[in-house]
Design a protein around this ligand. Structure first.
Ligand SMILES: Cc1ncc(COP(=O)(O)O)c(C=O)c1O
Length: 491
């Protein structure tokens, strides 16, 4: 196109204002095509591999290019994405994906994300997004009740657990009055996101205290108390302790009641990172396991993990909502029209984000569609499957649990009874098994290190996962373990 053509077409666009628009029929066709691809993928997923990543060399050959000056038919662009981009990597919603913390969003919540975009909702202020803000209040209040927090607690839907913890530490620091030498405490099993959150609010690395964990991977309370006392004696100011309710390694739950009592007595903010384990509260067993969580000053929990939502959907609840607003509320002249008073909160006053997608909508839409009972059932089933996995491992002559099951994460390893293998051989066996599952099996699992010991790990969360999916995966691990041992014994 010449420069003259360019200026003619922009003049035409000024008349019609349509350079980025589609006709309604084309809009519908594209949306139908997208829905068709997504549903077809969902139907075929169990027959596909849980992982299909590629190296950058191959992907860049397919994808590296200058932004095209002229467009192409949307149907072609979408087909290319569905072939070359979207399926490449880990299928976190595959029924046999047990790695890291998988997830499996419900269809209504996926559609809700689409609709929130279609309505161009910016969940920043009441004026801009009244319906969305009221809905977020409703969803946050559901979370409040599930946790057992009192009225007066409140929060917001965040992008995830990292953002929830970051926001929580900002509130903790504000509540502590921005002291010098602020110090934050967490266990050696805490998620890296907590260290990052502390660093982001300006806690110096040497003031981030990593407290050792006990045999069950829960924070050592004596060590915590000692560390706080020593820091105070040296003139430091403890501003927050972060507990984990469901560590990502082994599902371990810190002693929440003891930590709350300790922090209460010491006047230190207690934040609970329940990004993985928080929604276990919906099941009776999980509720027992998380006893005392309601005593914390703030809690983060990820709906994009065990509450079956698409990324991004986390939540932060603060026991005294006013502290959240004190920490983040900022008056801006340009937004003065949005101040509508107490009953009309502006969610942009509750975190570091102004423009925000309407994340509460997907949670609302999927709970309205299926009902809470269905969610409770899905959460409970994941724990039951994990218990059966533990039973399988305990009964296996080849496998052993590395630590008792907690929530829905089973950590175990190949270590046959009576084989008397040394630690180096056991680790090599397990690394070999992991690599073989990766390259040879449909399932995908990951590993962790528990107090220096390499283990395999299954995290079961997906509502589509059946016992057969879990059993087949454990049988494959058992077989690869046996084959390794046969090889070693013949050498
Ligand atoms: C215990 C825990 N905390 C924090 C995070 C970080 O959450 P997000 O990835 O939602 O930011 C995770 C993620 O897996 C987690 O398992």
């Amino acid at each position: 196109m010449s420069m003259r053509d360019d200026s003619r077409s922009s003049a035409a666009a000024l008349e019609t204002g349509r350079s980025l628009q589609m006709e309604p029929a084309a809009m519908l066709a594209l949306a139908r095509q997208a829905a068709g691809i997504a549903v077809d993928r969902w139907s075929r997923l169990p027959e596909e591999d849980a992982w299909d990543g590629e190296f950058s060399r191959d992907l860049s050959e397919r994808l590296a290019e200058d932004a095209p000056e002229d467009g192409r038919p949307a149907a072609e662009v979408l087909e290319r994405a569905a072939r070359d981009i979207l399926p490449i990597g880990l299928r976190l919603d595959h029924p046999r994906c047990f790695a890291f913390i998988p997830t499996a969003p419900t269809w209504p919540s996926i559609v809700a994300d689409f609709m929130a975009s279609a309505y161009s909702v910016n969940a920043c202020t009441w004026l801009v997004a009244s319906g969305a803000s009221q809905t977020e209040l409703v969803v946050v209040d559901w979370f409040r009740r599930w946790i057992g927090y009192p009225e007066g607690a409140g929060g917001l839907i965040t992008s995830g657990g990292s953002a929830a913890s970051l926001n929580a530490l900002v509130v903790a620091r504000e509540a502590a009055g921005y002291p010098e030498n602020a110090t934050v405490y967490m266990s050696d099993q805490s998620h890296g996101a907590i260290i990052r959150a502390a660093a982001t609010i300006g806690i110096r690395r040497e003031r981030i205290r990593i407290i050792p964990s006990d045999d069950l991977f829960r924070i050592d309370m004596d060590a915590l108390a000692r560390s706080v006392a020593e820091d105070r004696a040296a003139g430091a100011n403890p501003i927050a302790v972060v507990a984990t309710a469901g560590t990502s390694s082994s599902g371990a739950i810190d002693p929440l009641e003891a930590m709350a009592d300790f922090c209460g007595a010491q006047g230190i903010w207690l934040h609970v990172d329940a990004a993985y384990g928080g929604f276990a509260l919906l099941a009776e067993k999980g509720k027992q396991a998380l006893r005392g969580v309601e005593k914390a000053d703030s809690i983060g929990l990820d709906a994009h993990k065990w509450f079956f939502q698409p990324y991004e959907a986390g939540g932060l609840l603060v026991k005294d909502e006013r502290k959240l607003v004190q920490a983040f509320g900022v008056r801006a002249d340009v937004l003065q029209d949005t101040i509508w008073g107490k009953n009309h909160p502006n969610f942009s006053d509750r975190s570091f984000e102004v423009s925000r997608s309407f994340r509460a909508f997907k949670i609302w839409m999927s709970v309205q569609t299926f009902g809470l009972r269905a969610f409770r059932g899905a959460v409970s089933r994941a724990m039951e499957l994990a218990e059966r996995a533990e039973g399988f491992v305990q009964a296996s002559p080849v496998l052993e649990m590395s630590t008792p099951l907690s929530l829905s994460i089973a950590c175990f390893r190949v270590n046959p009874v009576d084989a008397n293998l040394d630690e180096a051989t056991i680790e090599d066996a397990n690394r070999t098994v992991l690599a073989r599952v990766f390259w040879e099996d449909r399932a995908f699992i990951s590993s962790t290190i528990l107090h220096g010991t390499f283990c395999l790990r299954l995290c079961i969360l997906n509502d589509r996962t059946s016992w057969e999916d879990v059993r087949k995966t454990l049988e494959v691990i058992e077989r690869f373990g046996r084959e390794y041992l046969d090889r070693v014994s013949q050498q």
